[in-house]
Ligand binder design. Structure first.
Ligand SMILES: NC(=O)c1ccc[n+]([C@@H]2O[C@H](COP(=O)([O-])OP(=O)(O)OC[C@H]3O[C@@H](n4cnc5c(N)ncnc54)[C@H](OP(=O)(O)O)[C@@H]3O)[C@@H](O)[C@H]2O)c1
Length: 261
């Protein structure tokens, strides 16, 4: 019968993530949630980690994944998360954020500390905890969600740009240190991505958040970055996507954004 599967239909090709387990940090919103969703659709067994367990569990249930509480800035939480996992093939170090927009002369050291703790130290703690399992998988992937802020500096952004430059250096260093191990190190560096919470955490004002995206016809959305991550971790394992810089077409550079109003 036309359109109906039969014993003679060709078998559907295996999904690219079949048999692999992926951990996504910061999966309760934005890029992390989109990445967890995409990797689950690609056949990965996905484990979501973040602090807001209600959001995490709702998403995990809807995509057939597993949610575990995780605060990457708390070593006991990282240890408990790691000990709940048997196998890990992919770690997406996505949890991060920016917490102020002040010039250095008015630096808020609490924001600097938060930025370094979550973007840099948290990624180091997760990497250290899960690296043995990534090595043991025989074909591990260590993905860092960096930023174009990790490659370029701009005024009023130093607590974040300095932290994301730290993430960039961390990825470069690990690639050197792990060259004899079966673990790829991938950095995805997005430009402007319109997510629900990122700019709000930075500006603490809906008006200033709206101004970030005002007149930009098509900023990236979380699913665009998830697509890049999924692509990078589903290449043949000898292909290492070192650094993937991805911006909306309207953002030619950090300071050059086409706005329509
Ligand atoms: N949006 C952009 O324009 C943009 C551009 C370039 C790069 N990035 C990077 O992309 C990543 C995701 O950004 P996003 O836009 O999706 O932001 P977001 O929506 O604010 O997501 C941040 C995620 O990190 C989690 N998180 C924060 N602190 C954590 C902690 N201590 N332990 C565990 N999880 C923690 C949050 O969950 P809980 O609060 O539930 O813990 C949340 O799920 C970040 O690393 C960001 O720097 C964003």
């Amino acid at each position: 019968m036309p359109g109906t599967a039969s014993a003679h239909s060709p078998a559907s090709p295996a999904l690219p993530g079949a048999g692999r387990t992926a951990v996504v940090t910061g999966a309760s919103s934005g890029i992390g949630a989109a990445t967890a969703t995409r990797l689950a659709a690609d056949g990965f067994d996905v484990v979501l980690g973040a602090r807001r367990l209600d959001r995490l569990t709702a998403l995990a249930d809807s995509i057939g994944a597993r949610a575990l509480p995780l605060d990457i800035t708390d070593q006991a939480s990282v240890d408990a998360f790691a000990s709940a996992l048997d196998r890990i093939d992919v770690l997406v170090n996505n949890a991060g954020g920016s917490f102020d927009a002040k010039p250095v002369a008015e630096a808020d050291l609490d924001s600097w500390q938060r930025a370094f703790e979550v973007n840099v130290l948290g990624s180091v703690a997760m990497t250290r905890a899960l690296l043995p399992a990534l090595r043991a998988s025989g074909a591990g992937d260590l993905v860092f969600v960096g930023s174009t802020a990790g490659l370029t500096s701009y005024e009023g952004g130093a607590s974040y740009t300095a932290a994301k430059h730290g993430v960039h250096t961390l990825a470069e260093t690990l690639r050197l240190e792990l060259v004899y191990d079966p673990v790829r190190v991938v950095e995805i560096a997005p430009g402007m991505v319109k997510t629900e919470e990122f700019s709000l955490n930075r500006t603490r004002s809906q008006e200033r958040t709206d101004a970030v995206y005002r007149g930009v016809r098509e900023p990236l959305v979380a699913e665009d970055v998830a697509d890049c991550i999924a692509w990078a971790v589903t290449r043949p394992h000898h292909v290492n996507v070192d650094l993937l810089v991805v911006r909306p077409r309207a953002q030619a550079a950090q300071h050059k954004v086409a706005r329509e109003d």
